[in-house]
Design a protein around this ligand. Sequence first.
Ligand code: HEM
Length: 527
Amino acid sequence: PVGAGAEMRQGAGGETHQVAGGDVVTLTTAQGAPVADDQNTLRYGARGPALLEDFHFREKIFHFDHERIPERVVHARGYGAHGYFELTDSLADVTRADIFQRVGERTPAFVRFSTVAGSKGSFDLARDVRGFAVKLYTKEGNWDLVGNNIPVFFIQDAIKFPDMVHAVKPAPDREFPQAQSAHDNFWDFISLTPESLHMIMWVMSDRAIPRSFRFMEGFGVHTFRFLDADGHSTFVKFHWKPKKRLQSVVWNEAVKINGADPDFHRRDLWDAITSGDFPEWELGVQLFDQAFADTFTFDVLDPTKLIPEEELPVRIVGRLVLDRVVDNFFAETEQVAFCTQNVPPGIDFSNDPLLQGRNFSYLDTQLKRLGSPNFTHIPINAPKCPMAHFQQDGHMAMRNPIGRANYEPNSWGAAGGPREDPVRGFRSFAAEETGPKTRLRPESFADHYSQARQFLISQTPIEQKHIGDAITFELSKVERPDIRARLVSHLRHIDEHLAATVANGLGLPLPEPAKAARPTITGLPPS
Ligand code: HEM
């Protein structure tokens, strides 16, 4: 529509276009020079060659040529929205984290949901894990809870992450299949990595084809620590529970939706928020101490395990509401950089070997993806609390230290910039660690089947059938019979009926159970 006061003009080429005037602003170059003609390059004669002197043309094309940045190495396809977290139950007794002190207080939040394996242009209803990454702009620094919609993970140690991701992405020679898990490489890796089987049961369940982001749970997965003002530690697992509860589609709906509307999930989120139906989740915590952790046969540091809610109920402490779509997808959703190591005072890590690796990986990849160590200067990543430090320079520096001093200690007094604060400042839990330097995995990480079975039997009969159907369908896409058989040999340790159903569906003789129900872990001396 023509803005008030603007007019339509005929251009040099006979075309009609709108010009500035009234409330229609003047187009400028990136340097701010007003532009008179955005339709034609500057030429030597009307039919002559283009002139290098045309700075407007050169600047415009140069910028366009550099518009793309690398997509995320995983979770490339995502969709984000703004909102807030509101505390409903104070956790002041267990953590000094500012966000958990005052009931009723709201903290701004940005959330990005994603699929994991597909590229940026892939479809929304893939059978896949969904990312559920939350950035909370607390008064004592950003807290990123970078979670998934499944409470456990494929691998126990971050050193396996590149292998796992290579296996799930398209094969390197043919660059297909793109369809997520339906893949010889993926099932080859999984069948050789029995620690992944618990998560596989979730990924083959209806949870992996959610109806919408609004009907998904979210999980911090790892065991984290809360620290109180005295440095006393409480273990914590984080849960997001959707107010609308859980809903999924069935596989044949997913296939149709992917064909008809690959943007189904992002459209759903956009439509819900812009129509005022704000999606909402409750934040829940499972709090426990070492003595409680010691009552389990599995290890609370093992990210392939969860703590059953029957054993430790989830305490609801707040709510997350998404009430604003982004102004610009690239500036916000694409440039947002979540990182597990972004924690405020009062929240700390456990020794989970997956979490420890993640803490390195995100910052590292984001330097590559966003191109400069100054990506915290981008508004979506910048804290909303006061910040002061001596980091300076580098590409795209927007906020350098002001004044004479860019180091400390210094003797410039108040003019010398910020200083450390032993009381307010972040302190790690003073854990006492002993033991040899080793790559051995503890025996407490060795049971890969019990919780897979627990998950299966927690499902209704129709949900259990969906799991069997999904595994049969996925394995039917696997060409090598030995990979199919190897996977079924593990299923026998989870549930004989499931193994028989899948073998039957594939026309396979039932293979022997995989060698060890508690497989010998590489490097462990025989017991
Ligand atoms: C991205 C979750 C394990 C490396 C993401 C994202 C989520 C996520 C939600 C998308 C963030 C966004 O929306 O921008 C998880 C969960 C894990 C896990 C829940 C296990 C519990 C790992 C591990 C590594 C890793 C073990 C590496 C050692 C990455 C990388 C990205 C990513 C490199 C891309 C980040 C970016 O480019 O901004 N992860 N992840 N993740 N994850 Fe993980």
